[in-house]
Design a protein around this ligand. Structure first.
Ligand code: ZN
Length: 301
């Protein structure tokens, strides 16, 4: 059995998976807001409940978390749950739970879950993408999470948008301090902001409102979603030209909008370095496990 924790901004979820990938235990608790010690205690409570209910003791625990851990210091950085930043999450959980803890971010967990037994389960190289309130990525190569010396693998959202047109430069300011990051164009809030900038209409405040307007043939909403598709194609073409993954899995709320995958498949060939008429063999997939990929990938760590 494998036990995983998905540590999110609003909820902490624990799950125990059987070897063949079935949920044996699943429970969520609210994330204590702004309180690191209480967050650790919530994780410990969930582990204890899982193990006492199933009468088991897992040798290690996988934890998916926002941000990333600095491989040098172990400190969490860039987490939108800011109480985690600067904390040695792995060491603190190991002290509390008295066993090895493996950490990865949410995009890593998506990639690992989908590469293990999800949409990309027979693929040797998988790039998992989260398009949500932020934009992240994670790599799984031959079943193993790719982790480098800077703890940065897959952090594609803070590269600049490729092949930017004159009216896309310098681009929207990103929370990281730069302008025109992929995240600043492609996240859910960025997509809504793009519509608001181009129309002056501030009424849509969430992606589902844009999707609904587009489904009723609102021309500005249709154009905005098409710009998003074209920009995502440019951003993914760089990934394909660099590492040529067998599959790209698109997770996160923004990936669920209708028509995204066909739109990408139509837009990608213009930017991928292949002779004309050569078919693009990259599989562009949606997650098999939806929102569960985070906790499933954590367990797979
Ligand atoms: Zn950025």
């Amino acid at each position: 059995m494998q036990i995983g924790i998905d540590l999110g901004g609003t909820k902490v979820e624990a799950a125990v998976l059987s070897v063949d990938g079935h949920f044996l235990f699943r429970e969520r608790l609210a994330t204590p807001q702004g309180d690191y010690s209480a967050t650790l205690a919530t994780i410990a409570t969930l582990i204890q409940r899982a193990e006492s209910e199933l009468q088991i003791m897992c040798n290690s625990v996988g934890v998916g978390h926002p941000g990333s851990a600095d491989p040098g210091t172990g400190c969490i950085r860039n987490a939108n749950s800011t109480c985690l930043n600067g904390q040695r999450l792995q060491a603190d959980l190991q002290a509390l739970l008295k066993r090895p803890i493996r950490l990865a971010n949410d995009a890593d967990c998506l990639a690992l879950s989908e590469a293990t037994d999800g949409a990309a389960h027979r693929c040797s190289s998988v790039f998992g993408v989260i398009l949500g309130t932020g934009v992240g990525g994670g790599w799984v190569i031959h079943g193993q999470l790719l982790q480098g010396p800077n703890g940065l693998s897959g952090e594609w959202g803070h590269n600049p948008l490729p092949i930017a047109t004159a009216d896309e430069r310098p681009g929207p300011r990103c929370y990281c301090g730069k302008y025109g990051c992929i995240e600043a164009w492609l996240s859910g809030p960025a997509l809504v902001a793009d519509y608001q900038r181009s129309t002056g209409d501030m009424s849509p405040t969430a992606v589902p409102m844009l999707v609904s307007a587009a489904s009723q043939n609102n021309a500005a909403a249709v154009a905005c979603l098409d710009r998003h598709t074209q920009r995502l194609a440019r951003a993914l073409a760089v990934v394909i030209n660099t590492c040529d993954p067998e599959a790209i899995v698109l997770g996160g709320g923004v990936s669920q909008r209708p028509g995204l995958i066909p739109g990408l498949l139509a837009a990608l060939p213009a930017h991928v370095f292949l002779p004309p008429e050569t078919p693009l063999r990259t599989k562009i997939l949606l997650p098999a496990f939806g929102d569960s990929s985070g906790v499933r990938g954590a367990a797979r760590l």
